[in-house]
Ligand binder design. Structure first.
Ligand SMILES: [Mg+2]
Length: 408
């Protein structure tokens, strides 16, 4: 059986406004009428505005001066960039605990694929998992997220719009489209509501008499291709049925594992540097093994007292995991760097790259579902690595349940 995708999209509700209220410049925390994007004097544009200002006609991307003419009493604050990225990371950290694959799609959106975790969650309905996620994010970060879900990213993206608890909508913050109900769900949308159907494309479609998803459904892919061109025609044919082949990609996933240390005081002697190097190798190699990976390339980086940064690498014929081997190579690299310029150093770093899944780590067997082929996909590997993280939270028993219960 092929693991069925179980995709969720978490979207932070009025993200910039919520973060600005948390940071609270200029009394933003209490301001009902709040515009985020710049000060009253700035010539900035509205990045986001509270629901209450929308009644006055304030919209994103509008010049702040115009927004203030519409809504003169609004409090205007600049985008709290630092706090926004901090909060983004905090929310992601919570989601990482629940989902093996998390993709940060934007500052306030995270796609997750929970395919293969059915046993881990004891077959809990996806909506229930989503509700627990939402609660955890709120408890731990103070921010409210809405979560949409289904079998494709497109369905999840549309579902999250239905999940958002806008005033008067009656929505609860979670909207999951059940497997098999994708087409029915899609049929409730206009074409303009589909992602990537922009104004120009809408115009072309309108000329053909198509304004809603329902309008497109009677036509087969060949007909749509004849009218719109092959790529657009086929794309639209699939989209209106909720089909979307893009996968949740664990973007930002480590291409290398690195550890570095900036010294409180510059280090001048080789002995001391070698001591530091050993500590760095020990930490990096243990991260590598914890992720179930091997590394072929070892890099040592040094920043001299005058901020000049130099590095040296070596790529081995086979992937390695052992401290002894990694340390041996790193020592040689450091010696080479020191030989060419022996001056006090302010930073030392070790990076492990050309990473590959360690075949001996054998974590895939922990999942109940197996792929129909023997090919290991990127998703398999991400899932496998994530088991360790999830195990921390749920304990070994919960994860192994699908496979090894009888062996206990
Ligand atoms: Mg949002």
């Amino acid at each position: 059986m092929v693991a069925r995708p179980r995709i969720l999209l978490a979207d932070a509700d009025a993200f910039y406004v919520a973060v600005a209220r948390m940071v609270d410049p200029e009394g933003a925390g209490r301001a009902k009428l709040l515009i985020v994007g710049g000060t009253r004097e700035s010539r900035g544009v509205v990045c986001s505005a509270s629901y209450e200002t929308r009644k006055f006609g304030v919209r994103s991307a509008m010049p702040i001066s115009r927004a203030l003419r519409l809504c003169p009493d609004a409090v205007c604050v600049p985008v709290p960039r630092g706090a926004c990225s901090r909060t983004h990371r905090e929310i992601r950290a919570v989601l990482d605990r629940f989902a093996p694959v998390v993709e940060s799609a934007s500052i306030d959106e995270w796609y997750m694929d929970l395919g293969g975790t059915e046993a881990l969650y004891h077959n809990e309905p996806l909506a229930e998992t989503a509700r627990r996620m939402r609660e955890a994010v709120l408890q731990e970060t103070g921010l409210s997220v809405s979560i949409g879900g289904g079998t494709t990213k497109l369905v999840a993206k549309l579902a999250v719009e239905r999940a958002k608890p806008k005033p008067g909508s009656g929505a609860t913050g979670v909207h999951i489209v059940e497997t098999g109900k994708e087409a029915e769900f899609l049929a409730t949308f206009s074409l303009a509501e589909l992602p990537l159907v922009g104004p120009k494309f809408q115009e072309r479609l309108a000329k053909l008499g198509m304004k809603t998803v329902r309008d497109v459904l009677p036509y087969d892919a060949a007909t749509l291709s004849r009218w719109l061109g092959e790529r657009e025609g086929e794309w639209l044919f699939e989209r209106v049925r909720g089909i979307d082949r893009s996968e949740v990609e664990s973007r930002g996933e480590a291409k290398s594992i690195s550890r570095d240390e900036t010294f409180a005081e510059d280090i001048a002697t080789d002995d001391e540097l070698h001591h530091e190097l050993l500590a760095l190798v020990t930490r990096a190699a243990s991260d590598l093994r914890a992720d179930g990976l091997t590394a072929r390339t070892i890099t040592v980086r040094i920043r001299d007292f005058d901020f000049r940064t130099r590095s040296a690498s070596r790529t081995l014929p086979r992937g390695v995991i052992a401290d002894r081997v990694i340390h041996g190579v790193a020592k040689g690299l450091l010696a080479k760097l020191r030989a060419s310029r022996r001056v006090p150093a302010r930073l030392l770093g070790v990076a492990l790259s050309s990473l590959a899944a360690d075949p001996d780590a054998d974590q895939l067997a922990l999942f109940e579902t197996t792929q129909s082929t023997e090919e290991e996909t990127a998703r398999d590997r991400a899932l496998a690595r994530a088991v360790d993280k999830l195990r921390d939270k749920f304990g070994r028993e919960g994860i192994a349940l699908g496979r090894t219960r009888n062996e206990d």
